[in-house]
Design a protein around this ligand. Sequence first.
Ligand SMILES: [Zn+2]
Length: 251
Amino acid sequence: MIDAHIHADTRPYEDFEMMAVAGVDTAVSCAHDPMRMSTSEVVLDHIHRIMENDTKRAAKNGVKLYSAVGVHPRSISSDYEIVLDKLPELLENKNVVAIGEIGLENGTKQEKEVFIKQLKIAQDLNIKVIVHTPRTNKKEITELTATIIEDNIDTSLVLLDHVDKFIIKRVLDFNGILGLTVQPQKMTVDEAVQMMEEYGYDKFVLDSDMSSSPSDPLSVPKTVHKLRLSGVDPKNIKKVSYSNAADFYKI
Ligand SMILES: [Zn+2]
């Protein structure tokens, strides 16, 4: 199984062991806002940790960890341009599979500027992006996010994440992929199963987004377990828990 979006830097060593035992052999760890991102150096050190230290910690437990790098909307330092200038070089690393997670949190002018610049870099380099949708004002911010995506990048390059029943209709015709994030306070296993029953198995990847917020490292295996118990065709289970993410990230 692949967990398509996690934050490995916030998690203990034991979580990787638990994931591996439950059958998650691959995950993608994304840039976020683990501390006050006061300067570009802090952001770049955070990215370095994702790419190096966490990859090794996961590998010791048999979990292959890929990285997504970039400037999260909650970690915009005043000198963020320095991070953007470094992105093309960072993206040359074979373990880096996307720019992410990026997007809008509150929809401020600066967030939009940083988001658009990163979408343009991704379009120019033909690289995938992982785009976050927020918990607060989700519908309104997603509308803005979706419009910016449509104006700046081919949607086939986009994983739009944390999709729920309130925003799905707006983004269903994107050519990329949609993330179902099974996480306490975000989406339950049953709600994710319902989304797949209603909208099919071709458009979705599953992820835990495990972070410093309440999280479950076993979100993906628990959802797979529920799909099996519900009698879903194993081919469809494989799509949402493995092949859709593997095809999207080219891993
Ligand atoms: Zn995240």
